[in-house]
Design a protein around this ligand. Sequence first.
Ligand SMILES: Nc1ncnc2c1ncn2[C@@H]1O[C@H](COP(=O)(O)OP(=O)(O)OP(=O)(O)O)[C@@H](O)[C@H]1O
Ligand SMILES: [Mg+2]
Length: 357
Amino acid sequence: MYLKNLKLKNFRNYKDENIDFVNGINLFVGNNAQGKTNIIEAIYLCAIGKSYRTIKDMEVINFNSNVCNLDINYLKEDSESNIKININDLNKKEIIKNDIKIKKLSDHIGEILIVTFSPDSLDIVKGSPSKRRSFVDMICCQLSKSYLILHQEYMKCLKLKNALLKKDVIDKEYMYILNEKMSDYIVKIVDFRRKTIDKILNKAIDIEKKLTDNLENINIKYISDFLDKDREEVKKYLNEHLYIDILRKSSVKGIQRDDIEIYINDLDVSKYGSQGQKRTALLTLKLANFEVLKEEMEETPILLLDDIMSELDSDRINFLLKYIEKYQSIITTTDASFVNNVDNIQILKVLNGTLEK
Ligand SMILES: Nc1ncnc2c1ncn2[C@@H]1O[C@H](COP(=O)(O)OP(=O)(O)OP(=O)(O)O)[C@@H](O)[C@H]1O
Ligand SMILES: [Mg+2]
């Protein structure tokens, strides 16, 4: 699939702008604070239905306006589709696909497949477990709407359980019922995460070898308390830990504690990897993410690369450019000097919320 064009009206620092994309590399060049990341954010919003920069939708509305509109056309399976997003200053958001209003976010996700990569992505390798969980969950959700729904249902139960654990009097019978319900979700979520991580690893092994001239082997281990447990065993485990939940006034066990460990040549890269090895591992993970989505969904995802070229050395930049030249990517940068001998590229200059070729 690929994006054809995007109209932004009163979105962040854009008043009224139209971008026609090429089915290749779309490079946005500009100084700091001109509106490069805002374009990435707009595409992300169209694809996922919410921003990754804010939980308050209305923050994306231009300071001088009270509504903003995004309008994106894309080609998927040879037919053209359209998504419109309208947000107003009462924080109301409408998502409209081909003139039909989308009722639930879960109906929308996966419609436009994306892989994002920014300097913050390095947190996947060296940040807290939640960053790695989000990385895995984002892929799982794009692969399966049912996964997203399972995850949402689980999180609802967790929220309720945590709220009840804060009370002075605990209704244990009700806790057992909640644990039983959560066990159901846990078994399914863990199974899907495990399969997805296996798929990522499968692709990553090859990519890491190519990136490092066979010098480095990557391994990814899924860490979870529930790996080999069936529904009954999960329920028993949760119930056995209820007294600690009560003492701590919060759920201590659950898939909200899962993690992945990333190894390069048998060493945990978060603990022992050099800066370069961490960046290489991340690039490998992102390209593996791309490959998994492409293969499973039988569609090519769109690569959103925000300001990462300055983070990579010339070997890795060349590897990446070679890799992505067949696909559509949206790349932002302050310095376009890495571009030479690249075909199929469109370069747009970003200056204070306006674009020019
Ligand atoms: N709701 C809004 N209305 C108007 N302008 C906004 C709004 N939100 C953010 N901006 C402005 O948009 C500008 C550009 O932001 P953006 O993050 O896209 O910059 P950038 O080109 O990616 O810069 P950098 O190279 O520093 O990452 C900022 O100066 C910011 O103040
Ligand atoms: Mg930026």
